[in-house]
Design a protein around this ligand. Sequence first.
Ligand code: NAI
Length: 292
Amino acid sequence: MPIANIAVIGAGTMGQGIAQLCAQQGYTTWLYDVQDGAAERARQRIAQALDRRVAKGRMTTGDADAALSRVSVADSLAELSEADLVVEAIVEDLAVKRALFAELETLCRADALLCTNTSSLSVGEIAAELHTPQRFAGLHFFNPPTAMKLVEVVSADATAQTTQRALHDFARSLGKTPVAVSDSPGFIVNRCARPFYSEALWLLEHGAAAAATIDACLKSGGGFPLGPFELIDLVGLDINLRATETVWQAFDHHPRFRPSPLVADKVAAGQLGRKSGVGFYRYDSDDHTGAA
Ligand code: NAI
């Protein structure tokens, strides 16, 4: 089945970027969020992001206008019934994701592909109660989706090979590099990233160095494009904490994957990183202005 219409559900950090990417690559894209006005605000941020691409000479004004015209805001899930492919990028919560897909399964066409952008939840568990799990898979983009090349295509036991192939083709059509990964905790990137974050958090917890010092060392000495604290702020502390907790639980609370109380305290205080204006750093628009 040709894929032309994409529904992106959840208009936060990832949904916004995935919608922009799909629209840039020529797909008719619908954006839906349960929070009033969130999808419309995300569309406005997409317009600003496209303007920045034009200003940097990466895109013509005509292409930017055309991309934006392909992004529509849906006011209800029912408006997404004609989607060929759904990408879910809502809160990282198993029960909430399951409830959403149960509803989508009744609303969407029988041949529509259903995908989750989950960072760390089990794709098989999200699909466990679906009647048509063969059309369900993980399509895991990285932040920011417009820039990061990798897409992990996560298959659960019930995912059909036709679904896997269609998702690999779709990711390639977005200019991405799809990699087939199995449904194991944290998949590949988020599993390997846990020790990167946790060692840095241990250093900070023990007062061995400031966050900015650790970030600077790993960038200039380790060759990483972002330090661990800059990366946690970009990802969102709430998302980072959820991913750590999921992997920790999956490994029977092995101390190697223990969530840091520093992150948990900041999440409880609403310090979620860039999206809330403060995390390990403070943010003024997109740039950090100093330690939090
Ligand atoms: P976010 O917190 O920025 O945005 C989530 C959005 O989903 C919010 O606007 C919220 O109102 C909306 N939402 C919540 N429940 C909903 C529902 N039932 N129906 C419709 N909308 C709903 O979160 P973010 O960072 O965009 O993450 C979304 C998903 O993508 C999560 O599963 C996360 O694990 C995953 N992810 C996040 C990455 C990151 O770097 N932040 C990277 C890759 C995956």
